[in-house]
Ligand binder design. Structure first.
Ligand SMILES: *[C@@H]1O[C@H](CO)[C@@H](O)[C@H](O)[C@H]1NC(C)=O
Ligand SMILES: *[C@@H]1O[C@H](CO)[C@@H](O)[C@H](O)[C@H]1NC(C)=O
Length: 820
């Protein structure tokens, strides 16, 4: 300001005298001057001397001076020239403020004669002040929703200058929303007002900055400006808007409750509470969905709150609402689509549509046993089920239509081997990893009568003592049948045949249920030695099956016959009479006692013994032959009549015996009837020779057979290339039955051949033992046992022998090759 003053002072180099018509009076004369404010020190306001018509010379004398008055300090008086000058720069505004005129009064005093003068100095305004706002910035808060036409009063600017230098007008910086209006107050001042011409959008521009300029009327005009900040106060005029209209999310069905699956986000362009968003489900969201999902109202996080199950819900669709907290509340929506992704969490299921029927064991391949369905609640590959079964059973799966299978037979069934099957079925889906289920189907096989009863042995041999009581259990046969039920229920019976014109069924009875065979009569070994009974076992199947077995019943001899004396004949009484010469030497054959025993074997082995004698020293009886011979020569002293009691015993247990009494008459002139005995002896020798020949033939046959067999075996051995000192070979000749015995022929039956023994092996190499106990009276029935077989073949003979021997097996075993 001060610099401005100086400059202006320069503009006024000469004192300008505003001269009124000055009224002069010695007492009340008044002088008036005008100077612009800010005049420089020393500037001349007026020449008082001249204006008061006081000569310059007089001035000093009369002592013109300024009396104290308010303007005194500003002015000075040059007492010589009488000029009133500016002593201090005057600022009109500080002196007179806003008043329109600013006059500084001065009193002038002139002494001798004393005179008063009043001088007024009018301080004239210059435009030295710019309009000024009280605050250079001003903040205006305006609601966003303010309607156009609204006015906002602004603080006016101040300009201390007056008159034309005073504030004249305002201007507003260029903007879109406001216009400036100047409101005239009654006192003539102008108040600037902002007039809203265009509505706000806070969201577009929340703050507007304006510059209001006040301009005064000086020349040149001066201005001052203030910044006006218009803050738009938010109105809740924006709804929250989601980032997406549609959120699509895929969720694995096995995700755990609490899993975050989606975060939705909405934005609200407003601010403050108007932009604070709360998320929630849309108004019409079903309760089911609200059970499955939960939304965090603040963050917009969508969580799974319950186990999902693809099989019960494949997708969910619902709205999420975002609300702001403004007034009124505004809201926005978005749509959420949750697709549940199938997880292979369901194992396949196997259901047996028709429970397995029992199958007949003779069912043809392809017979249907059961219908099986499979299913899997999963979808796609996870639900694609295949059913398989193991191959270790004669069944297979035949697919019928989708997910249906028929279990059919695939091969031969045999109930006897496998009465039931536990078939494992395994279903697997194609998920990864796949899930499995298995189940076991039990199939029962029904019996078919395909097995005949089988006897425990094809042939039975039983030994029955003769004379046993009828009704005793002779034997027991048993058969078994692999089938079950009636098919295995066995009924035993005897197949009718005849033995000596008597039906077998009259000898035996069989218990049809347990196969026990009972005798129905007693047997006499002397009449019947062997019986062949055919038994049959028949099952109760339909048709029934049967099989046969043979029971060989051997009657076992009992010692029930005492030896019978044949010679000497006792027909004439109990005493036999013999004669002998007195000249007989020692060893003279007196007679020969011959007896027979109807029994056989040991029971028929007869021995002779001298039981009593008149002179025991004279006679002896041969133990085996029954020959009665003299032990010494007969002397003259010996009685001519000698009595001998000879006991004949068999070898049975207990033994049976009989006796014969022989009276020997010793005659002096008696001669033996030699011719008789000589006539007989060739024939006897001939017969003995014949028997010997038979036996030799038999032995030769056996030997050659043995040799042949060994030869064959030897060849076989050699083929088998087996070295070794020992070669034990079982006889494989089809003419024989089961092997395992040393070659042994034992004829140990009744008849004249009491004992025949052919031993093989080591025994045979040393001795071929056979013995016979012959009865002279029955020499022609030597081979009675062999004869009934009516065959000459030795093999057959052996067979017959074999069948009649207790151990009905023949063995042929050579221990040393050199033997044969
Ligand atoms: C068979 O039945 C008969 C009569 O019930 C009985 O006497 C016999 O001992 C039975 N045999 C067997 C081997 O059980
Ligand atoms: C059993 O014997 C009977 C009578 O001899 C005969 O008809 C039947 O065929 C025989 N059965 C068998 C299986 O040999």
């Amino acid at each position: 300001m001060r610099t401005a003053r100086r400059r202006r002072a320069g503009l006024w180099p000469a004192l300008r005298l505003v001269c009124f018509a000055a009224l002069w009076s010695p007492t009340g004369a008044q002088l008036r001057y005008s100077i612009p404010e800010e005049s420089k020190e020393g500037s001349v306001v007026g020449n008082l001397a001249k204006d008061l018509s006081v000569g310059a010379a007089e001035l000093a004398e009369r002592r013109l001076r300024i009396a104290t008055e308010s303007g005194e300090q500003f002015f000075g008086l040059d007492s010589r020239s009488g000029e009133l000058t500016v002593r201090e720069v005057i600022d009109r505004e500080s002196l007179c403020e806003q008043s329109a005129s600013c006059v500084l009064p001065l009193q002038l005093i002139i002494e001798d004669p004393l005179q008063f003068y009043r001088v007024e100095v009018d301080i004239q305004d210059i435009n030295d002040n710019s309009p000024r706002f009280l605050s250079s910035s001003h903040v205006l808060e305006v609601a966003e929703s303010t309607l156009t036409g609204a006015r906002f009063r602004l603080e006016p600017a101040l300009d201390p200058d007056v008159g034309s230098n005073a504030l004249r007008t305002y201007s507003l910086s260029k903007n879109e929303h406001f216009a400036l209006n100047l409101k005239n107050n009654k006192d003539g001042t102008k108040v600037p007002e902002l007039v809203l011409e265009r509505a706000f959008d806070r969201e577009k521009q929340p703050v507007h900055r304006l510059v209001l300029t006040a301009i005064d009327g000086g020349n040149p005009p001066r201005s001052g400006s203030a910044e006006i900040t218009v803050r738009i106060l938010d109105a809740n005029d924006n709804a929250p808007v989601f980032e997406k209209d549609l959120y699509e999310v895929k969720v694995m069905e096995n995700c755990a409750p609490g899993t975050l699956i989606l975060t939705v986000q909405a934005k609200d362009l407003d601010e403050g509470v108007n932009s604070q968003i709360e998320y929630s489900f849309g108004a019409h969201t079903s309760e089911a969905i609200q059970n499955f999902f939960a939304i965090n109202s603040e963050t917009g996080e969508l969580l799974v709150s319950k186990d999902l199950d693809y099989e019960s819900g494949k997708s969910f669709e619902f709205d999420i609402r975002a609300k702001d907290k403004g007034t009124p509340v505004m809201e926005g929506h978005c749509r959420v689509q949750v697709a549940v992704v199938d997880v292979n969490d369901n194992a396949p299921e196997i259901s047996i549509a028709s429970s397995p029927k029992p199958v007949r064991e003779d069912a043809t391949a392809g017979t249907m046993v059961a219908l099986i369905n499979v299913k899997d609640l999963d979808s796609g590959l996870n639900g694609n089920v295949t059913l398989t079964t193991s191959s270790n059973h004669p069944f297979k799966l035949k697919p019928t239509f989708s997910n249906h299978y028929a279990l059919v037979t695939d091969g031969r069934l045999d109930r006897e081997q496998f009465p039931e099957y536990n078939i494992e079925l395994k279903a697997s889906d194609s998920g990864s990893p796949p899930l499995f289920t298995s189940t076991i189907v039990k199939v029962n096989i029904l019996d078919v009568n395909d097995n005949p009863p089988v006897f425990s042995k094809p042939e039975y041999s039983v030994y029955v003592k003769e004379n046993c009581a009828p009704g005793t259990v002779v034997s027991s046969v048993s058969a078994s049948d692999l089938d079950t039920g009636d098919n295995a229920k066995i009924v035993y019976s005897i197949i009718e045949s005849k033995k000596q014109d008597v039906p077998v069924s009259s000898y035996f009875y069989i218990n049809s249920e347990n196969g026990s065979i009972f005798s129905m009569s007693s047997f006499d070994y002397e009449k019947m030695k062997v019986l062949k009974v055919q038994v049959q076992a028949r099952d109760q199947g339909s048709p029934s099956l049967s099989s046969n077995a043979t029971v060989h019943v051997f009657i076992v001899d009992q010692n029930d016959n005492a030896p019978a004396v044949i010679y000497p004949s006792a027909a004439l009484g109990s005493v036999s009479h013999q004669r002998m010469p007195r000249s007989a030497k020692a060893g003279h054959l007196v007679t020969k006692v011959t007896a027979v025993d109807a029994d056989s074997g040991h029971n028929a082995w007869i021995s002779y013994r001298l039981a009593e004698a008149t002179d025991a020293s004279l006679f002896g009886v041969s133990f085996h032959t029954g020959e009665v011979r003299t032990k010494r020569s007969v002397s003259e002293q010996d009685d001519s009549s000698q009595r001998l009691l000879i006991e004949i015993r068999d070898n049975g247990e207990p033994a049976q015996s009989s006796t014969v009494t022989v009276e020997v008459l010793i005659e002096d002139g008696f001669h033996e009837p030699v011719s008789e005995s000589r006539q007989k002896s060739p024939e006897l020798n001939k017969r003995s020779g014949r028997i010997t020949l038979y036996l030799i033939v038999a032995l030769a046959s056996v030997s050659s057979l043995c040799l042949m067999t060994f030869f064959i075996l030897l060849v076989k051995c050699a083929r088998g290339s087996r070295g070794g000192s020992s070669c034990c070979i079982r006889r494989s000749d089809s003419g024989y039955k089961t092997p395992n015995r040393n070659l042994q022929i034992q004829l140990n039956t009744d008849g004249p051949i009491k004992y025949v023994e052919v031993l093989g092996g080591d025994v045979m190499s040393q001795s071929q033992s056979f013995g016979s106990y012959l009865s002279p009276m029955s020499e022609f029935s030597d081979f009675t046992l062999v004869k009934p077989s009516s065959t000459t073949d030795f093999t057959d003979t052996l067979n017959v022998l074999d069948a009649s021997l207790p151990d009905s097996t023949w063995t042929f075993e050579c221990q040393q090759v050199s033997v044969c």
